[in-house]
Design a protein around this ligand. Structure first.
Ligand code: URA
Length: 231
């Protein structure tokens, strides 16, 4: 929404008067005097008219080391959810950017910025997600080539996009995928006759799970981590 429209919506003034107020230097945007009534206001822009605060909402971005057994949901009647690991006022504002299965551990990103989380998770942006995978059986030699070519997912009627498999030991590998379909990693290993017994997400794009966090701990994302998603 444009600044003059925003002022008209949140005060008793018309859009025309709003433009005069802006020209008179009475409107502040993020603590700077506004000059342009056409400038765009989003829900994280702080807007002040004289000493009246019209909007102030802080954008929140966190990484959580998700422990196993927690549901990637904001509330659930049965299972403990990941948002319960956050303190009370924070908890109500956050949503999850890229869910993990209940048993999966590792990097989970939470935010109150819907535009930003869509950018992180949109399949079209092909942001790489890196997983550490432990399997029940030794990983077949042909698995890497299969994953690179794409596995057919019958339910969606689509092929997975090329994924990179790095073998770490007979039953352990690092897998990079570029989309986030339901149970994708487990279904990919199932397609090559294997079974995932442990799954851990290490990174999403330039956001890597902080090694100083222990399961259940979280920290705010740094400015470069937040900006990496906007690029
Ligand atoms: N793929 C899965 O199968 N499970 C997850 O939690 C994440 C990716």
């Amino acid at each position: 929404m444009r600044l003059d429209q925003f002022i008209a919506k949140h005060t008793e003034y018309s859009q025309q008067t709003a433009r005069l107020l802006i020209a008179a230097g009475r409107v502040q945007i993020n603590q700077q005097t506004a000059r342009d009534g056409q400038q765009n206001i989003d829900r994280f822009t702080t807007v002040q008219l004289d000493d009246r605060l019209l909007q102030q909402q802080t954008a929140l971005y966190f990484m959580l080391y998700k422990p196993g057994g927690y549901l990637s949901a904001t509330r659930d009647p049965v299972h403990t959810t990941v948002t319960e690991l956050f303190t009370e006022p924070l908890r109500q504002h956050l949503h999850i950017a890229g869910r993990l299965d209940r048993s999966t551990t590792g990097l989970l990103v939470l935010t109150n910025d819907g535009l930003w989380s869509r950018r992180l998770t949109e399949p079209g942006r092909r942001i790489p997600k890196v997983y550490l995978v432990s399997t029940a059986e030794p990983i077949a030699e042909h698995a890497a080539a299969y994953f690179e070519r794409g596995i057919h997912l019958a339910r969606e009627g689509v092929d997975t996009s090329p994924a990179q498999l790095q073998l770490l030991s007979p039953c352990q590998a690092r897998l990079t995928i570029h989309e986030g379909r339901h149970h994708q990693v487990k279904r990919m290993f199932h397609a090559v006759g294997n079974r995932v017994v442990a799954l851990h997400r290490e990174s999403m794009g330039d956001i890597t799970l902080d090694t100083s966090l222990v399961p259940g701990e979280y920290r705010p994302l740094s400015a470069p981590e937040v900006d990496s998603v906007r690029r």
